[in-house]
Write a protein that binds this ligand. Structure first.
Ligand SMILES: [Cu+2]
Length: 461
């Protein structure tokens, strides 16, 4: 449940202090030759945890007032807390990197080491906790088999590298079948934004080689930041594993959410159907549970956008308004959501946005380029046979993404862009679902705003 602006969950890490991060855990292994690539057959072993994040982020106080879009150059990507900032390693392997000096090498900058035995298959759990950038992970000389996404198994597929948007998590299988006399680089690069940050590096250490033995082959080069065809090719390959629950054949309701960048009082905002979400002073759940009339807008937000809206151009009227963006969902109804991307304020700019839903998994039914029309051509792009179950889904520049979920979890749930500054700039909505079925809300969760006043007056939540 979402309690005003004070709570965070799982992959929302530490606000803006950590803006680029990736967690990787290698937690399972078995011998080569048993590579059915089905994660459910895995023997789970000790789980050395690996993390990638961004250090030395410089961000101004302006973020708090949502006027800051560019947070400046991020100095380093981290893998399990380690990066190559101020380290000769980055300079040796990154053209143009000049922040490094040999004398500055220290253990904080040393790459994370993943020790592996030859001829086994490992399961790497990878999660991105970035608050801004998208990432791509590759391992030198090794293929990766994707077997799980956001906690749900997928039909296994083999790739050279894996895209990770903020909030994403995957399991990939890696078989240590390369030249055993060498170690190999693990490389993570920036995607979706012009990189100003050197790739993060880690070492896949084939035992019994020394961990300090530098790999013979250069680090893998991750795809260009704006190679969206590569991104789409990866994303479109994600299908549910056989046996995954299929979506209901039809939906009871369709909510279309047009994502635009706007201006308000000179500040840059993100808006949904031209309303920028601002979290109210009184927590949503308490307001709805206590039936308070004054804390939330009486009018519900729009469920569609104009079919005449040109997603290839900046908004013709950049002005926006703010709102609480509450959609009230009937219990156990099936809801389709169309996320529509568009041009931002500047011409020829449209960013990726990874949308994340709390409280549910959804089926990702399909993607399309350009404006969603809901016509036969769009319908033909939907996959009702084996859509993956996720809780984070990306919208590509100028494109749309369609999701389906069942409102079977009473509560008040945030649905928002997982790029943290975008959320604070208004890129989100709230799904309020069968709030009358929610049990007693702890007093501590309603001890601010109008619910606190009602509580002190003897109200019940
Ligand atoms: Cu966003």
């Amino acid at each position: 449940m979402m309690q005003s602006s004070c709570s965070r969950e799982h992959r929302h890490r530490g606000g803006l202090a950590i803006a680029l991060s990736l967690w990787v855990a290698m937690e399972a292994q078995r011998k080569k030759g048993q590579t059915g690539m089905s994660a459910s057959h895995w023997q789970h072993g000790p789980a050395p945890l690996l993390v990638l994040s961004c250090a030395h982020v410089l961000c101004s106080d302006a973020v708090a007032s949502c006027v800051c879009l560019d947070f400046g150059a991020l100095h380093s990507l981290l893998i399990n807390g380690r990066g190559q900032f101020n380290c000769s390693l980055a300079a040796a392997h990154t053209p143009g990197a000049n922040q490094c000096a040999a004398a500055a090498v220290n253990t904080q900058c040393a790459p994370v080491v993943f020790p592996v035995q030859p001829n086994k298959t490992y399961r790497l759990r990878v999660a991105s906790t970035t608050s801004l950038a998208s990432l791509n992970l590759a391992v030198g000389n090794h293929k990766l088999t994707v077997v799980e996404a956001d906690g749900n198994y997928v039909d296994p597929f083999v790739v050279d590298d894996v895209d990770l948007y903020s909030g994403d998590s995957y399991s990939v299988l890696l078989t240590t079948d390369q030249d055993t006399s060498s170690n190999y680089w693990v490389s993570v690069g920036v995607r979706g934004r012009q990189p100003k940050t050197a790739p993060a590096l880690a070492v896949l250490n084939y035992r019994p080689n020394r961990a300090s033995k530098l790999p013979a082959v250069a680090p893998p080069v991750t795809p260009a930041w704006d190679d969206y065809d590569h991104s789409k090719a990866f994303t479109y390959r994600i299908r549910a594993r056989a046996g995954t629950a299929p979506p209901p054949a039809t939906a009871d309701r369709r909510i279309e959410l047009l994502n635009t960048q706007n201006k308000m009082d000179g500040h840059t905002k993100w808006s949904i159907n031209n309303v920028s979400m601002v979290l109210p002073a009184t927590p949503y759940l308490g307001s709805l549970k206590m039936g308070l009339k004054s804390t939330l807008a009486a009018a519900r937000p729009a469920e569609t956008f104009s079919r005449g809206y040109d997603v290839k151009l900046p908004p013709p009227n950049p002005n926006t308004t703010v709102g609480d963006n509450v959609y009230v969902l009937a219990h156990n109804t099936t809801v389709d959501v169309v996320l529509q991307n568009a041009n931002a304020l500047s011409r020829n700019v449209s960013e990726v946005h990874p949308w994340h839903l709390h409280g549910h998994d959804f089926w990702v039914l399909g993607y399309g380029d350009g404006a969603y029309r809901g016509d036969a051509a769009d319908e033909a792009r939907l996959n009702l046979r084996d859509p993956p179950l996720r809780n984070t889904a990306v919208i590509f520049p100028y494109g749309w993404t369609m999701l389906r979920f069942v409102a079977d979890n009473p509560g008040v749930w945030a649905f928002h862009c997982h790029i943290e500054p975008h959320l604070h700039m208004g890129m989100g909505v709230i799904f309020a679902e069968a709030v009358d079925l929610v049990g007693k809300v702890p007093n501590e969760a309603v001890s601010c705003g109008a619910t606190a006043t009602a509580l002190m007056a003897g109200g019940h939540v």
